[in-house]
Design a protein around this ligand. Structure first.
Ligand SMILES: [Zn+2]
Length: 328
């Protein structure tokens, strides 16, 4: 199930669980003939004999009775048998999976790109062998909040493995040098949201290369809304692990956004430009990144990819108080 609010904090999966989920998803994809992207969720449902329905908050017709013991959010537990419609309303659910009848219900007001992820998440619950017995109606199992968070993280992991076709997205991402153009093309090819695609791309396109991505409002001052300040400019700041280690501590979101503002034009759509941007690492050394920004009409997508350490003197203080040091 998916709650609307962001009260379910992500937690890292156990290695064994991730490996088991990888195996289950690989089997499903294999049984589907290892399809080409984008994965059609209707085919997945048909193969798994899952039904899908939708609901509108406030309209209970067609929704079933749910037994008690249903845990869906941090402090939210239904203590009595209740109508699913009522549960959905009370708990503000975006989606729910009923294991007994193999039915998925999705909130029909979910935006289309989110619907795809949410449906894949519910399919995830249905294929993870240890989930269905723990989800609904079994009062002998009291799910702790941590246990619930683990299940949500597992279902999200399964959704990602399905929608990005196992290792295939990562392999395609690594097949060409990392760039925003390549990330956008892959997001379209796989039919997934820009956010989930960029997230995956930054993590997987080049494992040892520092890469950073921002999803933000239009960076140009003439196009930024009154609420869009430099303090919290982005909706998401995505950093590869190499970026976190080498640059994270010295380059916060606001600083990165200022760099983006420095080169972006005011166009209403398409490329907003690119530039070589110098970022300083945790040791005070300067490095060049190639930054590019694209505006899709709703959000600005920026990616900065490490290109080289800068030769020459870097007049920047470092951890051991050297004010000048040789970089590159
Ligand atoms: Zn869930």
């Amino acid at each position: 199930m998916v709650v609307r609010s962001r009260d379910v904090k992500p937690i890292p999966l156990r290695f064994k669980s991730a490996a088991d989920i990888d195996e289950v998803v690989s089997r499903v994809l294999r049984e589907l003939g290892n399809p080409e992207p984008p994965l059609k969720l209707a085919d997945v449902r048909k193969h798994l004999r899952l039904a899908v329905g939708s609901y509108k908050i406030g309209d209970d017709s067609g929704l079933r009775l749910v037994a008690d013991g249903m845990l869906v959010g941090d402090k939210q537990m239904l203590s009595q048998p209740t109508l699913l419609g009522e549960a959905i309303r009370q708990l503000d659910l975006r989606a729910v999976y009923l294991p007994d009848s193999r039915q998925i219900f999705l909130d029909e007001d979910l935006p289309r790109p989110k619907k795809r992820w949410t449906e894949a998440h519910e399919i995830g619950h249905s294929i993870i062998p240890w989930h269905p017995g723990m989800m609904l109606g079994d009062t002998s199992i009291t799910l702790s909040l941590d246990c619930h968070r683990v299940m949500e993280a597992e279902a999200n992991y399964a959704a990602g493995r399905l929608l990005f076709l196992g290792d295939r997205f990562a392999e395609e991402a690594r097949a060409s040098p990392p760039s925003l153009t390549s990330a956008i093309a892959l997001a379209e090819r796989y039919g997934n949201t820009m956010t989930s695609s960029l997230w995956r791309y930054v993590e997987q396109a080049a494992v040892d290369r520092p890469i950073v991505a921002l999803i933000s409002d239009h960076p140009h001052p003439s196009r930024r809304g009154p609420d869009s300040g430099v303090k919290s400019p982005s909706r998401y700041c995505i950093e590869s692990s190499a970026f976190v280690q080498q640059f994270g501590a010295r380059n916060n979101e606001a600083l990165l956004f200022e760099k983006v503002i420095s080169y972006c034009n005011a166009r209403r759509g398409g490329s907003l430009g690119g530039a070589r941007i110098v970022l300083v690492d945790v040791d005070g050394l300067s490095h060049e990144f190639q930054f590019e920004t694209f505006f899709n009409g709703h959000q600005a997508l920026t990616m900065g990819v490490w290109s080289r350490a800068r030769r020459g003197w870097s007049a920047v203080g470092s951890r051991d108080n050297r004010s000048l040091l040789r970089a590159g």
